[in-house]
Write a protein that binds this ligand. Structure first.
Ligand SMILES: [Zn+2]
Length: 506
C-alpha cells in the first residue's frame, strides 16, 4: 500500500510530467473517440496493409496501391488530387477547412528481388525474382490511412475547425517524391506534419535523424566497334564507368569517415565482342549535411570528367533526387511519446513470438523475440547514415516521426527475411497501435493551439537559422519510368496472389 504522503508526491510528479507538454495525461473525448474509430477498423487496417503487400509495387509504379488508398480516402469524404507533382502514383487528399493545417505523409513502395511468402521463415518467394515488401512500407500506408480515417471522423463528429492533408509519397527507396512536393509548394500552408514508419520498436525521436543524399546517374557515351577485328576504332563507355568507380575509391581515402557512398553499374554493354558505346553508373552520395554531400558530388563530377578524358568518351549527369538530412521536432516527439505510453505495446501471442524467434535463429541474430516494452524518449537522436526523401520537408515544417512495432528485431530491411512479418497478425497489431498513436497525436494538435505554437517555437530554435535551399536543380523532373520494365515483367505474375477482399472503413 502506498502511504498518503508518498501518494501525493507521485500525484504532483505525475501532474508535473503531464504539464510539460501542456495537457492532461488522461485522454480527452477526442482522443478516446479516435481510439474507438481505429479499434473498430482493425480489420480494414490489416486488409489494406496486406493488399499493398501483395501488390509489391516498386517506386514510381505504385499504381494499384495508390488507387486503393485514394478510393478509400475519397469514399471517406476527402478531396483527392491524383498524380501530384506529375508523378502518377502520388496523391494529396484533403479534408476540412481553415487552420490549423496538419499533414500525414508516408511511402508505400517495395524493394527489388525481395519477394517472400508471409509467415514462412525460409526463403519462399511468392514469385521468383519479383519485388517484395522487405521494409514493410505496406504497413506504413495502412497506419497512415487508418489514422487519417479516424481523425477525419472525429473532426466531423465534433465539428472541429482545421484541415487534414494526407500525402501518398511514391518511390521513397529512390528518394524521389517529397523533395518535388516541397518544391511545388504543397506544404506551404502546413503547420505540422507526421510521418509513420515501420520498425520493431514503438518509439519516437527528435533532433537530426538521418543523412543527406544525392542520387545521380552518370551516363558515358563512347563508340562501338568489333572487340576482336577493330577494337582501335572503339571508345569504351564501360571503361569510363569503371574508371570513375576506381577514381572515386581513391578519393574515398581522403573523405571524412562520416561519408557513405555506393554505386551500381546499371548498363555496360550487351556482349563482349561489341565494345559498349554507352554505360551508366548510378551513385548514392551520402553525408551528414547538405553542404558536405554537395561537395562530394562536385568532386564526383570531376572524377567522371577524368574518366571521360582517359577513355575519350563523353558523359552526362542525371540527378535522380537530392535531399537534406531528416530531422524531427521535440514538441511533436513529446506528444507522440505521451500517446505511445497511453496506447502501450501490443500483446503478442505465443505464436507471434515463436515466429519471431524462429526467424531470428535462422537468420543468426539474437533470438530475443518481439519487443514487449515501449521505448522511452531520451535526448536528441543519433544521426543514422540512412536517408529519407522527407528530409527537405523536415527543415520547413515541424515534423513528428513515429516508429510503430510491426517487424521482427534484428532482421535487416531489403532482405527477403524482412518480408516475413509485414503481412501477418503481428504487423496488424503493430499497425493498429501505430494508427492510434498517430491519430491521437494529430488530434492533440487540432485541439490545442498552444501546443502547436510551442512546436513552432521549438522548431525555430532547432533549425537555428539554417536556411533550407533545395539540392534539386530548378528544372529537374522526377524519373517517371523508374522501375517500369521490372514491374511490367512481374505484375502479371504477382496478380495470382492479389487479395480479393478489399478493406472497408466505417
Ligand atoms: Zn523505409
Amino acid at each position: 500500500m502506498i502511504r498518503p504522503v508518498l501518494f501525493h508526491f507521485f500525484l504532483i510528479l505525475f501532474w508535473f510530467q503531464c504539464s510539460s507538454v501542456g495537457f492532461a495525461q488522461t485522454p480527452g473525448r477526442e482522443q478516446e473517440s479516435v481510439f474507438q474509430v481505429v479499434e473498430r477498423n482493425r480489420e480494414a487496417i490489416a486488409l489494406l496493409g496486406d493488399n499493398i503487400f501483395y501488390f509489391a509495387e516498386l517506386g514510381m509504379q505504385e499504381i494499384e496501391s495508390s488507387r486503393l488508398m485514394t478510393e478509400i480516402l475519397e469514399e471517406a469524404g476527402f478531396t483527392v488530387e491524383r498524380g501530384l507533382s506529375g508523378m502518377p502514383p502520388a496523391f494529396m487528399a484533403t479534408y476540412g477547412s481553415g487552420k490549423p493545417v496538419i499533414s500525414i505523409h508516408t511511402e508505400f513502395d517495395s524493394t527489388p528481388g525481395n519477394s517472400q511468402t508471409p509467415s514462412l521463415t525460409d526463403h519462399t518467394p511468392l514469385v521468383e525474382g519479383a519485388p517484395g515488401h522487405a521494409e514493410g512500407h505496406n504497413v506504413n500506408a495502412a497506419v497512415m490511412i487508418g489514422a487519417a480515417f479516424a481523425v477525419k471522423t472525429i473532426l466531423e463528429e465534433y465539428q472541429l475547425e482545421g484541415t487534414l492533408k494526407i500525402f501518398g509519397a511514391p518511390a521513397e527507396e529512390q528518394l524521389i517524391s517529397r523533395p518535388y512536393f516541397v518544391r511545388d509548394g504543397h506544404f506551404d500552408d502546413v503547420d505540422i506534419v507526421f510521418h509513420p514508419h515501420i520498425g520493431s520498436d514503438f518509439q519516437t525521436q527528435y533532433g537530426l535523424r538521418q543523412y543527406a543524399l544525392i542520387s545521380a546517374k552518370f551516363h558515358f557515351q563512347g563508340e562501338s566497334a568489333h572487340g576482336a577485328v577493330s577494337p582501335w576504332k572503339g571508345r569504351d563507355a564501360l571503361d569510363a564507368a569503371e574508371l570513375m568507380d576506381l577514381g572515386f575509391d581513391k578519393f574515398r581515402e581522403h573523405l571524412e569517415p562520416t561519408q557513405r557512398s555506393h554505386r551500381v553499374i546499371t548498363s555496360g554493354g550487351v556482349q563482349p565482342n561489341v565494345i559498349p558505346d554507352n554505360a551508366t553508373i548510378w551513385w548514392f552520395f551520402r553525408e551528414s549535411t547538405a553542404e558536405k554531400v554537395s561537395a562530394i558530388f562536385e568532386r564526383a563530377k570531376e572524377i567522371a570528367q577524368g574518366a571521360a578524358l582517359m577513355t575519350q568518351t563523353t558523359f552526362t549527369v542525371e540527378i535522380m533526387s537530392a535531399v537534406w538530412p531528416s530531422r524531427a521536432n521535440q514538441t511533436a516527439a513529446e506528444v507522440i511519446q505521451k500517446n505511445i505510453e497511453q496506447v502501450g505495446m501490443p500483446k503478442w501471442s505465443l505464436e507471434e513470438q515463436r515466429l519471431a524467434r524462429e526467424l531470428q535463429i535462422k537468420r543468426e541474430v539474437d533470438p530475443v523475440g518481439l519487443v514487449t516494452q515501449t521505448s522511452s524518449l531520451s535526448g536528441p537522436s543519433r544521426q543514422s547514415t540512412s536517408a529519407n526523401d522527407s528530409g527537405d520537408l523536415t527543415w520547413l515544417v515541424p515534423t513528428g516521426r513515429l516508429t510503430f512495432p510491426s517487424n521482427i528485431p534484428g532482421i535487416a530491411a531489403h532482405h527477403w527475411a524482412a518480408g516475413v512479418a509485414p503481412a501477418t497478425s503481428l504487423a496488424h497489431k503493430g499497425a493498429v497501435a501505430g494508427a492510434k498513436v498517430l491519430a491521437a497525436s494529430v488530434m492533440d494538435f487540432f485541439t490545442d493551439a498552444q501546443l502547436l505554437s510551442k512546436a513552432k517555437a521549438t522548431f525555430k530554435e532547432e533549425i537555428a537559422g539554417i536556411e533550407f535551399k533545395s539540392l534539386l536543380p530548378a528544372d529537374q523532373q522526377p524519373p517517371l519510368n523508374l522501375n517500369q520494365e521490372i514491374m511490367d515483367r512481374f505484375r502479371p505474375l504477382l496478380r495470382k496472389d492479389y487479395l480479393e477482399e478489399k478493406p472497408r472503413f466505417r
